[in-house]
Design a protein around this ligand. Structure first.
Ligand SMILES: *Cc1c(COP(=O)(O)O)cnc(C)c1O
Length: 376
């Protein structure tokens, strides 16, 4: 398969290595990075990213589902693979077969997982305020009873922060309270003689805004890819991250648009003068948000070019009136650098009121994915 045929992702593996090194500098030497490679590694390509990380001596990974875990195991990932989300009892056999580590969602789920009857690795989720997965932190009796279940091999206990991206006083207060509750659970477990488990609570913003915390793992997602969720985010750490992903597509055709003619479905853009447009071979099925219709822009030969008309499933049109020499097959940049210009996914996200995480994780399976690694 030719990866750079119509639309593709380029992964700068040097930037990935740079980001890992930056995080290793601010984390304690005892804290291991456990990258979140769920949702196809935030659209980047889970196998490509996980294997590159494994080469950088990253051992353990988090995913969202059992299928994502199986995919990594089959691709040769040998460390711990923690499933952060729900696995149906119908699929418990995969946990044992592929040696995956399942999150214990709450006490009833623990019993269900134990009833499967085979040894399964598990991390116990503790809900300290997110009110999503995890047994509530005050239910310490139920939490302790999870260790009585004979088939569970519990290797970790973790929680998740819901306000760590905010740097205001109110957000910090809530986050510190969550951390305190997590510590309380850990200490109560120790008091009951339950030891030998790893602990973790930080995702990207937990590390970026609370770098002094000392837990065994950091579950880094978005920031490891060199991206902030929003360009508006203020972070505490002094850390320079570099984006790993660029999104590119080719020009399928260039044509004249006469004054008063309209472009695309619904004829939502009308030319006020003679124009030239380029049709680009990428659309919303590839993950370009349709909301960028008549709103987004791309880079061609280092120059800005506006999206005109509605974005289609497989194609979209841009204004190239003021860019000379544009031709069939030329590269169009949606995310990344072109000449001295750059489009950050976080700016794109801000412009349509979402976060980088959503745009990246929706990048489609039809896109080619090419890893680029320059020699050092
Ligand atoms: C997705 C996820 C992460 C990673 O989050 P980022 O903000 O992308 O670093 C960590 N922990 C849990 C439980 C998650 O679901």
């Amino acid at each position: 398969m030719y990866q750079k045929s119509r639309a593709w992702i380029e992964l700068d593996m040097n930037n990935l290595a740079h980001n890992i090194n930056q995080f290793r500098k601010i984390l304690s030497p005892e804290c291991a990075i456990m990258p979140a490679v769920k949702a196809n590694a935030y659209g980047h390509g889970a196998v490509l990213i996980a294997k590159a990380l494994q080469d950088l001596e990253i051992k353990d990974f988090c995913v969202a589902s059992a299928d994502e875990g199986v995919l990594l195991r089959k691709a040769g990932i040998t460390g711990q693979i923690l499933i952060l989300g729900y696995t149906s009892p119908n699929q418990f056999s995969d946990l044992a077969k592929y040696s995956l580590t399942q999150t214990v969602i709450d006490f009833p789920y623990a019993k269900m997982l134990n009833d499967f009857g085979q040894a399964v690795f598990a991390h116990v989720g503790i809900d300290t305020g997110m009110r999503r997965l995890g047994e509530r932190s005050e239910n310490i009796e139920e939490i302790c009873k999870i260790w009585e279940l004979a088939h569970l091999r519990i290797t970790g206990v973790y929680s998740h922060l819901c306000m760590s991206d905010g740097s205001g006083d109110a957000e910090r207060k809530i986050t510190l309270k969550q951390i305190e509750e997590f510590h309380e659970v850990i200490n109560l477990l120790y008091e009951k003689g339950i030891h030998h488990f790893k602990t973790h609570i930080q995702g990207s913003y937990g590390v970026l805004n609370y770098p002094a915390l000392r837990f065994d793992y950091a579950r880094l997602g978005i920031a490891l890819y060199g991206v902030l969720s929003s360009s508006r985010d203020q972070i505490i750490s002094d850390i320079k991250l570099k984006p790993v992903l660029s999104l590119k597509a080719r020009i399928a055709c260039v044509k004249q648009l006469h004054k008063d003619e309209a472009v695309g479905y619904g004829m939502t853009y009308r030319a006020e003068k003679e124009m030239r447009i380029a049709v680009v071979a990428i659309g919303y099925a590839d993950g370009i948000p349709r909301e960028l219709s008549n709103k987004g822009f791309v880079l061609i030969n280092g120059k800005k070019s506006d999206v005109v008309g509605r974005i289609c499933m497989d194609q979209l049109m841009v204004d190239v009136t003021d860019i000379s020499g544009v031709s069939y097959g030329d590269e169009v940049i949606f995310i990344g650098k072109s000449g001295s210009s750059e489009i950050l996914v976080s700016d794109l996200a801000d412009s349509i009121n979402t976060i980088s995480n959503e745009i990246l994780s929706r990048l489609g399976n039809r896109l080619g994915r090419v890893a680029i690694k320059n020699k050092f």
